[in-house]
Design a protein around this ligand. Structure first.
Ligand SMILES: Cc1cc2nc3c(=O)[nH]c(=O)nc-3n(C[C@H](O)[C@H](O)[C@H](O)COP(=O)(O)O)c2cc1C
Length: 176
């Protein structure tokens, strides 16, 4: 085993599912940004968290203002467009060519191409002390999945510009 510098330690938690977080400001202007620090935190009620860096991203501003966001799982055919929404320019969303549709339970938009979409209402933003990311916890108030989605199309983030999709499925016996 090779020792890894602590500055690289969190990068060893990979691959992580890549999502596009869609939100809107009070002016209803849609915003979208890719995130991969995401995980579930509660079955009942269903909740998830996002780890979002402590510069005030547009995503955090919108979530603070409206209390709503949508987590769209990214698949291969629109992954480049989703990743383009990382850009720190005001018209990044228009430039990406992504389109949005109305969500069912929140005013934040859903990405039209999303095959899994989780509509969330803000539960809590944990400021996390000396950590450099907020924990944004959302309660999932509506969940949608296109049954035709293929696992092999889901885009996982490795590191930097590297991504991978799930390979062959296998099964393990679990003790109850
Ligand atoms: C694949 C990918 C995953 C990312 N994951 C995260 C993440 O989990 N947390 C984070 O704070 N930023 C993440 N980023 C960077 C944000 O997308 C970036 O800060 C973006 O400019 C935020 O946009 P916003 O200001 O519209 O919210 C990721 C970028 C990419 C390309």
């Amino acid at each position: 085993m090779q020792e890894i510098p602590l500055s690289e330690a969190t990068r060893l938690i990979y691959p992580r599912v890549t999502v596009l977080v869609t939100s809107a400001g009070l002016d209803r202007k849609p915003n979208a940004a890719p995130y991969s620090w995401i995980a579930p935190v509660s079955f009942s009620p269903p909740m998830l968290y996002l780890g979002i860096q402590k510069r005030e991203t547009q995503t955090v501003k919108n979530i603070r203002a409206t209390g709503e966001f949508v987590v769209n799982v990214v698949t291969k055919d629109w992954a480049a467009q989703a990743v383009a929404c990382e850009a720190k320019i005001p018209d990044k969303v228009e430039r990406s060519g992504l389109r949005f549709r109305e969500s069912k339970k929140v005013k934040a938009p859903t990405a039209e191409k999303a095959e899994i979409a989780l509509e969330c209402k803000l539960h809590e933003i944990i400021e996390t002390g000396k950590a450099d990311h907020y924990l944004v916890i959302g309660e999932i108030v509506h969940a949608e999945k296109d049954e035709k989605i293929k696992n092999s199309e889901i885009v996982m983030h490795l590191l930097g510009a590297d991504f991978i999709s799930p390979g062959k499925k296998f099964t393990l016996e679990r003790k109850k």
